[in-house]
Design a protein around this ligand. Structure first.
Ligand SMILES: NC(=O)c1ccc[n+]([C@@H]2O[C@H](COP(=O)([O-])OP(=O)(O)OC[C@H]3O[C@@H](n4cnc5c(N)ncnc54)[C@H](OP(=O)(O)O)[C@@H]3O)[C@@H](O)[C@H]2O)c1
Length: 240
């Protein structure tokens, strides 16, 4: 148990797989009550069951973060149950076609909808809950595409936009003891874009459980300062 985090409430989007699932498991193991958000109910329920089986507390709430009405309904449920939210991890994200010519308008709309608008919808809907916490932490998961763009117009634009949104959340949070951090991870071993899991050396593809451990330490850091941003890369790929 981490005494800084015990009995805190965390809302994690994209919590049924990959990094979000690892964050939920790690925070729950430190005594945090985790609220799990994703679209697919089965994987969400399985994740919550596994956390409870390990002695943690988890509430699954099926929700598509790109749908403002679903996000508002989820936030209302969270507010009724907990009133205050100490930690919000905006992690849900989807990939996009890599090239300009392959990117359809529907790709653009869905990727901006999940990876950028979804962060605004969820943070805005939970704002009063974050204010009610003594000192809340928001952590936005970008990617190294958020530092350098990259080939994918929709993904790179969404992650660049997230940098601006993170700054806006941090500034708005100053009067309410809410801090906001943006993380730019490189490759993680989550099966992203259909990559096989567990085959790459850790120095080329980061273990999501280790990235989650870093994120939990960030959430537990002293509330008198904010880590504005951090770039995390596999050891063999610095400055990617
Ligand atoms: N893996 C990498 O190499 C890598 C590198 C840099 C940055 N990132 C970023 O890290 C974050 C997590 O990536 P990951 O690799 O862990 O992804 P992942 O394994 O594909 O998991 C994505 C999670 O997000 C959920 N999700 C997807 N769309 C959603 C929506 N509209 N509403 C709510 N939940 C949704 C998924 O569940 P459902 O499908 O059931 O909704 C799932 O739980 C993303 O923001 C990604 O851009 C990943």
């Amino acid at each position: 148990m981490d005494s800084n985090l015990t009995d805190k409430v965390a809302v994690i989007s994209g919590a049924s797989h990959g990094l979000g699932q690892a964050i939920a498991q790690d925070l729950a193991s430190r005594g945090v009550h985790v609220v799990l958000i994703a679209r697919g109910e089965e994987r969400l329920r399985q994740t919550a069951d596994a956390i409870r089986a390990n002695g943690g507390a988890a509430n699954p709430i099926p929700c598509d973060v790109s749908d403002a009405a679903q996000v508002q309904a989820a936030a209302s449920e969270i507010e009724r149950r907990f009133s205050a939210v100490d930690i919000l991890i905006n992690n849900a994200g989807i990939p996009a076609p890599r090239s300009f010519s392959e990117t359809q308008i529907s790709d653009w709309d869905s990727v901006i909808g999940v990876n950028l608008s979804g962060v605004f919808y969820l943070t805005r809907a939970l704002w009063d809950c974050l204010i009610r916490a003594d000192s809340a932490t928001v952590i936005n998961i970008s990617g190294t595409a958020g530092t350098r763009g990259g080939g994918s117009p929709a993904y790179g634009s969404a992650k660049f936009g997230l940098t601006g949104l993170n700054h806006a959340i941090a500034l708005a949070g100053v009067d309410h003891n809410i801090r906001s951090t943006i993380l730019y991870p490189g490759g993680m071993d989550t099966g992203w874009r259909g990559a096989p899991i567990g085959e790459m050396p850790r120095s080329e593809s980061m273990d999501p459980a280790e990235v989650a451990r870093f994120i939990a330490q960030l959430a537990a850091s002293p509330p008198e300062f904010v880590v504005n941003e951090a770039v995390l890369n596999p050891l063999n790929q610095p400055y990617m």
